[in-house]
Design a protein around this ligand. Sequence first.
Ligand SMILES: NC(=O)c1ccc[n+]([C@@H]2O[C@H](COP(=O)([O-])OP(=O)(O)OC[C@H]3O[C@@H](n4cnc5c(N)ncnc54)[C@H](O)[C@@H]3O)[C@@H](O)[C@H]2O)c1
Ligand SMILES: [Zn+2]
Length: 257
Amino acid sequence: MEDLNIKIERLADLILDSENTVALTGAGMSTESGIADFRSPGTGLWEKVNPNEFASINSYVSNTGKNLKFMLEMGMQIFKSKPNKGHKALTKLQKLGKLKGVLTQNIDGLHKRAKTKGVIELHGTANEAICMRCQKIYPITDMINQVLKGNYSPSCKTCNGLLKPNAIFFGEPLHSKALMAAEDMISDCDLLLVLGSSLLVYPVAFYPRKVLQNGAKLAIINIQNTDMDNHAEVAIHEKIGDVLPEVVDIVRAKLSQ
Ligand SMILES: NC(=O)c1ccc[n+]([C@@H]2O[C@H](COP(=O)([O-])OP(=O)(O)OC[C@H]3O[C@@H](n4cnc5c(N)ncnc54)[C@H](O)[C@@H]3O)[C@@H](O)[C@H]2O)c1
Ligand SMILES: [Zn+2]
């Protein structure tokens, strides 16, 4: 416990010393909002379904119905979820002037709903659908309504192309605009705070290495160990919601001293 308190204090001091802190968040950011991640032992989605059969662009096109059933389940979790203590702590940190922005792998939109600014959603969003032929964007509810009416090939009103959630599937490239904005954020930051990511999915897995090469610092809050823990100034293996609000409270207290 003493060890944890020291780490919490250390993280608060790193943020206070930084002029450009960026948070890099993964699915672990949202598990406390009730959205399952992919790789947590026991609860991760990849223990229930085969990643090759779901969420890849090829499997979506060849087996749209089966994929949509899986996605509707995840979509319902997202629909019912609310920003948690961790999301709110980041917004608070930003209001204190100590958080530049957030790079997230999450597609749930919870950072934006928590009113954090400067959020880059690298893997797109589950709150929209996109036409695979003409790229027209629709609210995800348009697509869900078609599926709930029994149409397991939901289609674009303009060109009749197949709709998919506007999230990046395996086998699809990331949007270059988001990628460029992320690279800028990474090269400008002096402290990267990794929250709830296994750091196994690229390009996000590169970012901690990049910031270290630039002479910036790295801090991690993730329940499981990551390959970058040994390179971090501090690595805390606890739940974000149990730790981050306390870190932000210390930052606020020290700023007002
Ligand atoms: N909420 C979402 O939008 C969501 C949900 C599932 C998957 N995904 C997608 O899955 C991919 C998975 O990569 P990833 O690295 O983001 O996730 P991941 O599943 O590979 O890793 C999540 C990590 O978070 C940790 N974790 C879980 N709950 C935590 C908590 N409360 N506090 C601290 N740590 C916690 C786990 O130990 C794990 O190491 C991403 O590309 C993302 O787009 C997104
Ligand atoms: Zn279309």
